[in-house]
Design a protein around this ligand. Structure first.
Ligand SMILES: [Zn+2]
Ligand SMILES: [Zn+2]
Length: 323
């Protein structure tokens, strides 16, 4: 399913099966999650390379290896995340901050992704997936879970954390938080009872609309929704020294707010991409946690319908495409 031009529907195209180059693997795709970032790519909020096959929550099996790609033997199940390749040379790569690489490639954005039957990936950026997750249920771990985890880690040892927006990422991180005995306060679109019930069912201690005040002062807040107006809202709900973490790649503009809301060492920061280390840590962390992902599957050819459902908040948990 190929994007030719932003704001147009994806188009079903037939292509030759690609051949893996040096260090690359060819993967037969079992399932690919649909992330909000795919929506930003398709809607033209962010600009990569066109035409492009979106999708960066890929689970599949290696069927061929290019020269030097010896990490995963044919037949091995792997996951392909958003970070598809880095230069390895720039100051950021050298400093262990490859998420900020000056010359990166992103799956489904600047190199073809997983809304397809096959994909070629750089083998050194793929992950092994814990066996206990099925192909479909593992897909949201690769971005919602993984980049969500990076945002969650930025909240430090905060005990009371607000989640603004309760979609694919929040539903995974709420379970991690519960396993660590932290308290999650879930803020959904005003009046979205379904999302609030869903949040409570996953162990959130409180769920309400983003127009409601938090029942306690929060140690930190993570904003998963692409809504800039939530930044000053969240800032007013965190205690002195607390932080507001913006987890998305794109957000509407942030309205002005009085300095006193930031005063007292509150901070606002963004989270960009992931490092391979984040992935290793995340998969090790959840290995022994009773985490379940909630998914809605669509046939690959119905990718536009899945994107539209996500755009209009009609997906509970994560949307997943199956070829
Ligand atoms: Zn680099
Ligand atoms: Zn994503």
């Amino acid at each position: 399913m190929q994007l030719d031009k932003p704001a147009e529907p994806l188009r079903l195209v037939e292509r030759q099966i690609p051949r893996p180059g040096t260090g690359e693997v060819l993967i037969e795709i079992a399932a690919c999650g649909v992330c909000r970032t795919d929506l930003h790519v398709v809607d033209g909020d962010i600009h990569g390379i066109l035409p492009i096959v979106p999708g960066h929550e890929i689970v599949g099996r290696v069927i061929a290896c290019g020269s030097g790609a010896d990490r995963f033997a044919p037949g091995t199940r792997v996951g392909v995340p958003w970070l598809g390749h880095t230069c390895g040379q720039c100051d950021y790569c050298q400093a262990g901050a490859e998420n900020l690489c000056d010359d990166p490639q992103f799956t489904g954005f600047t190199r073809d992704g997983g809304f397809a039957t096959h994909v070629v990936a750089d083998g050194s950026f793929c992950f092994a997936i814990p066996d206990r997750f099925g192909d479909v249920e593992a897909t949201p771990l690769l971005c919602a879970g993984l980049i969500g985890y990076r945002a969650f880690r930025m909240a430090g040892d905060a005990r009371r954390i607000g989640f603004y927006g309760f979609g694919a990422a929040a539903h995974i991180l709420a379970q991690v938080a519960r396993a660590q005995a932290r308290e999650i306060y879930a803020f959904t679109s005003p009046g979205d009872r379904t999302a609030q019930d869903f949040a409570r069912s996953l162990g959130c201690v409180w769920a309400g609309g983003s127009d409601e005040a938090a029942p306690v002062m929060l140690d930190a807040a993570i904003i998963f929704a692409p809504v800039g107006a939530l930044v000053p809202t969240a800032l007013r709900s965190v205690r002195k020294g607390g932080s507001v973490v913006c987890a998305g790649i794109h957000m509407s503009d942030i309205p002005g707010f009085p300095y006193r809301d930031l005063w007292q060492e509150r901070s606002i920061r963004s989270v960009a991409n992931l490092t391979r280390r984040d992935g290793r840590e995340f998969f090790a962390l959840i290995a022994d946690m009773p985490i379940r992902t909630s998914t809605t599957t669509y046939p690959l050819a119905h990718a536009n319908e899945a994107l539209d459902d996500l755009r209009h908040g009609r997906v509970s948990g994560a949307a997943v495409l199956v070829p």
